[in-house]
Design a protein around this ligand. Structure first.
Ligand SMILES: Cc1cc2nc3c(=O)[nH]c(=O)nc-3n(C[C@H](O)[C@H](O)[C@H](O)COP(=O)(O)O)c2cc1C
Length: 193
């Protein structure tokens, strides 16, 4: 099986126009290995999580997000770091998607990266995200870890990722995600036989 058949859904945890994280997601779309496609999921229009809303039936924006994740072969999170964790916007999306029935992260291959103004490039936020993925029973790849620190110096004014080592790093992350997705698929087929 080649990476030609891998469809990834990417979630950026920042809503601002000039977001470095959304810019990194756009860079990933352009850097994806042959045949891998990365669609983006909108999460800015989701209501704040409210169990009463869920009880009345998933709001259409939430249903759309859940379906997008469920139908993707893999998920790419691009997370900012807010107060040493992921952004509330991203947490809200994860919380909505995580509820039963058929929570769509179950068994899903996942990659993550992030951009921040600080030196550590979302290291602490990514650790929090990894912890959430345990409960969601998703399968994140461990390495490479893509932490884009001091992000302002790595993108141009138009939001293009200009830092070549970071571009290579993202490429490596996506190649690793492709290999991991194929490995999990092969395991699932073998188990079914
Ligand atoms: C509420 C808030 C908390 C932040 N906390 C951190 C932090 O803990 N670590 C860090 O490196 N940067 C922190 N920052 C700065 C962000 O890294 C910076 O604003 C970054 O550009 C956000 O990502 P974006 O460009 O995708 O919007 C924080 C910014 C905000 C708005």
């Amino acid at each position: 099986m080649t990476s030609a058949s891998i469809r990834v859904v990417g979630l950026s945890g920042s809503l601002r126009q000039g977001s470095y994280n959304s810019a990194a997601l756009r860079a990933a779309q352009a850097l994806a290995p042959d045949g891998m496609t990365i669609d983006t999921a909108a999460i800015g229009d989701l209501p704040l999580y409210n169990e009463d809303l869920r009880a009345a039936g998933y709001p259409p924006e939430v249903a759309r997000l859940r379906a997008q994740i469920a139908s993707a072969d893999a998920v790419l999170f691009v997370t900012p770091e807010y107060n040493y964790s992921i952004s509330g916007v991203l947490k809200n999306a994860i919380d909505w998607a995580s509820r039963p029935p058929d929570q769509p992260f179950e068994g899903k291959p996942v990659a993550m990266m992030g951009a921040s103004g600080g030196l550590f490039g979302t290291a602490r936020a990514q650790n929090h995200l990894r912890q959430m993925l345990v409960f969601l029973n998703a399968h994140p790849i461990n390495k490479p870890q893509v932490m884009i620190g001091q992000a302002a110096g790595k993108f141009d004014e138009a939001g293009n990722l200009t830092d070549e080592p970071t571009r290579q790093h993202i490429r490596g992350l996506l190649e690793s995600l492709a290999a991991w997705t194929q490995r999990l698929r092969a395991g699932a087929v073998a188990k079914a036989e």
